[in-house]
Write a protein that binds this ligand. Structure first.
Ligand SMILES: Cc1ncc(COP(=O)(O)O)c(C=O)c1O
Length: 424
């Protein structure tokens, strides 16, 4: 057992104190957006109080705002292992950033060139490529999944890559079933074929360390609101690649990829969210303050994210062990507890007795908040034959989830699987 203590972290999240019918609410909606620590809320409020101004001005509030925005870029660079703050681009959300980047990236492609997408991905890393491909006469090819455990079919990826492949768009982890892809291997294969890589790390980012340098990826996109921050997107682009792309920008703008006035208050919140993650290692009791004294922000972040990952694997093993064998219940994706390292603690379930929506409604009545549907992982849900039945029930654990919450959820799931809808 790891020393990771979520109870030491939870008081910093005001939303986690919520109760329903006298019982604590169980938040299993993290893959749709996590709760935020108080320091994120404070940073946003403080931004408005102390530094609310547009950028580049010759006065104190504008300078203060610029300093926060610069530091936030540097902080996200540290979170992702990027070489420089300039490689981080903030934007409205991952989808918007990806539509925007796709235009610049595809401007360097020729008609007949190919873009590879996957059946496992969220549509935000598929639709932008299909749309730009239609605009520019490119071909989109799709890599399949192994439906038995919802892992990406790497043999199919290798067969799909060709001398015409110019970009591989792939997820780091599936937001529907939790599968973690072998991203480094995929980047190697794509680069060997002469293609760029665009990794959607939106689902993965709250669950483990990311090192864009080690992965070698050209792009990697995240959403700050999935890692305990405000609603904001953040995109990493490798300098050598960004510099050679045409930018769709207005003439005077100094940044080539951040368009218009930024969401400065959310960027201030992103900086605070990185700071929260930096402190998780010590605050969770996994490492001592003495052990991290003098360590860089990047080193502390890697330590925290590794601690989160190890703890979440314990949660996954517990969940998968307890859930196995419940009659009338189907777990989609990797269900073997010994393979917990290959997945995030995001579980997709269907029931013989009840639809995903009815299950989510019943859990909601019991104070267990979880999503149902396809979560825009539409191709996967269709491939699994679940689309017409309303998709799946998704239970998303994060590092503030507790073993007690897992056990309470399993009890509720067992009752649902047995056809027991307690209230209406
Ligand atoms: C894996 C994945 N990719 C992309 C997105 C889209 O992110 P955004 O809402 O920031 O556009 C989501 C959102 O749920 C997601 O889970």
């Amino acid at each position: 057992m790891s020393r990771f203590d979520p109870l030491a972290l939870r008081p910093e999240f005001p939303a986690l104190a919520r109760e329903q019918d006298g019982r604590p609410v169980v938040f299993l909606d993290g893959p749709g957006g996590t709760q935020v620590p108080q320091r994120v809320i404070d940073a946003i409020v403080r931004y408005y109080r102390e530094s609310n101004a547009n950028d580049g001005g010759a006065f104190a509030t504008s300078r203060a705002s610029d300093a926060i925005v610069h530091e936030a870029h540097a902080a996200v660079a540290d979170l992702l292992g990027a070489a420089s703050a300039d490689e981080i681009k903030f934007g409205y959300n991952m989808t918007t950033l990806t539509f925007h980047a796709s235009r610049s990236i595809a401007a360097t492609f020729e008609p007949g060139d190919e873009i590879v997408v996957t059946t496992l991905d969220h549509e935000a890393n598929v639709s932008p490529w299909r749309v730009i491909a239609a605009d520019r006469g490119l071909t989109v090819r799709t890599v399949d999944v192994d439906v038995h455990d919802c892992t990406l079919d790497l043999a199919d990826l290798e067969a799909t890559l060709s001398a015409r492949t110019r970009l591989v768009a792939v997820g780091y982890a599936s937001n529907a079933v939790g599968t973690i892809n072998p991203v480094k291997r995929i980047v190697e294969l794509a680069h060997a074929a002469g293609a760029l890589t665009y990794v959607d790390a939106v689902h993965y980012a709250p669950h483990g360390p990311i090192d864009v340098a080690d992965l070698g990826t050209d792009f990697l996109a995240t959403s700050v609101y999935k890692w305990f921050g405000p609603h904001l997107g953040a995109l990493y682009g490798r300098t050598e690649v960004l510099d050679r792309l045409p930018a769709y920008k207005v003439r005077p703008a100094h940044d080539r990829f951040e368009t218009g006035t930024q969401d400065f208050e959310a960027i201030a919140g992103a900086l605070a969210a990185v700071d929260y993650l930096r402190t998780v290692g010590v605050a969770s009791g996994t490492v001592t303050a003495a052990e991290v004294a003098g360590a860089s922000r990047r080193a502390q972040l890697v330590g925290s994210m590794a601690a989160i990952s190890a703890y979440e694997r314990e949660l996954s093993r517990r969940f998968l062990s307890e859930i196995s064998g419940i009659p009338g219940l189907h777990v989609w994706g990797i269900a073997d507890p010994s393979r917990a390292a290959e997945r995030t603690p995001t579980f997709a379930l269907t029931f013989d007795a009840i639809s995903p929506r009815a299950a989510a409604e019943e859990l909601g009545r019991q104070g267990i908040y979880a999503w149902d549907g396809d979560f825009y992982a539409q191709a996967l849900i269709e491939r699994l034959g679940l689309f017409d039945g309303g998709g799946v029930l998704r239970l998303g654990l994060v590092h503030y989830s507790t073993t007690d919450e897992v056990d309470r959820t399993i009890e509720a799931i067992s009752r649902l699987a047995a056809g027991a809808v307690v209230s209406a």
